[in-house]
Ligand binder design. Sequence first.
Ligand SMILES: N=C(N)NCCC[C@H](NC(=O)CCC(=O)O)C(=O)O
Length: 446
Amino acid sequence: MQHFEVNFDGLVGPTHNYAGLSFGNVASLNNANASSSPKQAAKQGLQKAKALADMGLTQGVLAPQERPDVLTLRRLGFSGTDAQVLEKAAKQAPQVFLACCSASSMWTANAATVSPSADTADGKVHFTPANLTNKFHRSLEPQVTGRILQATFNNDKYFKHHTHLPDNEFFGDEGAANHTRLCQNYGHEGVEIFTFGRYAFDTSKPAPQKYPARQTLEACQAIARLHGLSDENVVYVQQNPNVIDQGVFHNDVISVGNQNVLFYHEQAFHNTDAAFAEIQQKFGDEKVYFIKVDSQQVSVEEAVKTYLFNTQIVTMTNGDMAIIAPTECRDSKAVSSYLSDLVTQNTPIKQIHYFDVKQSMRNGGGPACLRLRVAMNDQEVDAVNPNTLLYDTLFERLNLWVDKHYRDQLLVADLHDPQLLIESRTALDELTQILKLGSVYPFQQD
Ligand SMILES: N=C(N)NCCC[C@H](NC(=O)CCC(=O)O)C(=O)O
């Protein structure tokens, strides 16, 4: 049996915009109110995904969410026709309205935590959608995310879907952005590393002072229980509270792992030595490559600006690893010279590929934010909804679909345009037919 890591990239939705919604995420705050290009954003994402497929990797896509979220606006007391709901909300509660328009589901690293079948007690692949409680705009995602995941991984024999954790800060969960799995090969049981920002039930423990810690230890533990993971295969590591306060709102902004490699900034974790000793002991006899970047080489500030660690590390068909980086890394002298040197060192990482995902970067989402990793064997891959796998035909079809429905430019002031709602729903309705997802959106269930 063969085993693969399949990346499921989030399709960027038709309302992609910059509303400054994420306190603690430097790029989101800095670009508030800038004009966006949903069309360019969607194409940049598709091109990155297709390039990985062309490298011989299996690649899928996940559908975006329905925005503006009229259902939530109605829940919050705005009434009348859909157009009236938009108009009243935009006028009476502009910040609430903007939160209900975010295309943030594009960052599918936050869609869910996934445990492959090699790690779970029942031998199925487990999915728990992230509740994303820390940001109102993101807390609107988990229910529909759950439906999209069920329609994508739609076979009970191989896939187990859980409900997101209770919607409360005590169980704040940001999904795979704070979860890395190391393994000797994708089919072998691995070490699942859960990273958290604070202890919800013990406030005497260290925690950031300036920006919020979005993920709690208790949420990580709940997911490990739900997925039937053995204590022998799980390590919980606290993020360094100081780096959260420097804009590292998810651990995947400061570290990334793949197979026997953990690439990290020296300031990423609290109690690094103890955590790494536990990871190595649970990993087994083979050596883990802990690739450390120190502050002299690249400062935390530069890492946050360039997203050096929000890169994907992928295993190529010849067994070498490649780093998939945003062009911001190439444009930084410190980072590009670090990366050019890295590929000459004695580690599995041998190639660097740069991609322009600027539309996403301006909201704090790099290449790694745009994808959800699902390690599977060939039978499991065969059980995935085949219409969501990105081969040439789907790539071409999705590009045409974007050309047909997406705007070239969008201003925050355009978001209450009732025509945009119609365009978005028309696009998403067609997408559910292309991907054969069924009726996953609230507007399809009226
Ligand atoms: N690191 C990972 N895995 N994901 C990045 C998510 C970025 C997202 N930005 C936003 O939601 C900004 C939206 C706005 O401001 O318009 C967030 O902060 O949750």
